[in-house]
Ligand binder design. Structure first.
Ligand code: G3D
Ligand code: MG
Length: 177
C-alpha cells in the first residue's frame, strides 16, 4: 500500500456524553481541520501523524447525536479502518451498551474481517467506588471477551488518550498489511 493511501477513516462510537468529542479534541490538540457534514449530523477531523514510523492521516468521524436514518448509519461506518468505542466509568448504562455499539460498527463496516476497535473506559478522573461505577476489572473482562484492547482514559487530564489512539493505529497497520 503506498503512502498516499494511508488515509484511515475511523469512527467514534458510544452513548451520548461519554466523552467522544472531548477525547478526539484532546488527542488532536488545537488547530486540526474539521469538515461538518450537515446532511449526516457528523463531522470529521483530519490529522497527520506517525505510527511505527509510518506516515498516516487519520480521518476521525464524530456524530453529533444518534442518527435517525439507516442511510446515515451506513455512510458513517462504511469503509472504516477501525473504531474508538467509549463508555463512561461513572455511568453503568453506557458500559452495558458497549456490545451493541460494537455489533453496529462491525455489521456496517462492510469489511471482510472485523476491523480493529479499542475500548476506552473514559472519565477515570471521576472513578469512585459505588454500584453505578464500572470497575477497571469489569472493563478489562469485557474487553477480553470481545477481543478488544482496553485503556482507561481521561479526556480531562489527558491520561492514556494518545497511547490509546496510537494502539488503534498499530492495530490498523497490522490489519492493512
Ligand atoms: P460525547 O461527544 O460522547 O457526547 P462529550 O461527549 O465529549 O461532549 O463530553 C460530555 C461531557 O463529559 C462534557 O461535559 C465533557 O467535558 C465531559 N467529559 C468528557 N470526558 C471527560 C473526562 O474524561 N473526565 C471528565 N471529568 N469529564 C469529561 P459538559 O459539562 O461540557 O457537558
Ligand atoms: Mg460529541
Amino acid at each position: 500500500m503506498s503512502e498516499d493511501h494511508r488515509l484511515w477513516k475511523i469512527v467514534l462510537v458510544g452513548d451520548g456524553a461519554v466523552g467522544k468529542t472531548s477525547l478526539r479534541k484532546r488527542y488532536l490538540g488545537e488547530g486540526f481541520e474539521t469538515d461538518y457534514l450537515s446532511t449526516m449530523g457528523a463531522d470529521f477531523a483530519l490529522y497527520d501523524t506517525n505510527i511505527n514510523e509510518t506516515h498516516i492521516r487519520w480521518q476521525i468521524w464524530d456524530l453529533a447525536g444518534q442518527p435517525v436514518f439507516k442511510d446515515v448509519v451506513k455512510a458513517y461506518y462504511t469503509k472504516i479502518f477501525g473504531g474508538v468505542l467509549v463508555y463512561d466509568v461513572t455511568r453503568r448504562s453506557t458500559f452495558e451498551n458497549v456490545e451493541k455499539w460494537l455489533n453496529e460498527l462491525q455489521e456496517n463496516s462492510k469489511r471482510d474481517k472485523t476491523v480493529p476497535v479499542v475500548l476506552f473506559a473514559n472519565k477515570i478522573d471521576l472513578q469512585e467506588e459505588g454500584a453505578e461505577t464500572v470497575s477497571p476489572d469489569e472493563g478489562k473482562a469485557l474487553a477480553d471477551r470481545l477481543g478488544l484492547s482496553f485503556y482507561e482514559t481521561s479526556a480531562k487530564t489527558g491520561e492514556m488518550v494518545t497511547a490509546a489512539f496510537e494502539k488503534l493505529g498499530k492495530e490498523i497497520l497490522d490489519f492493512t498489511s
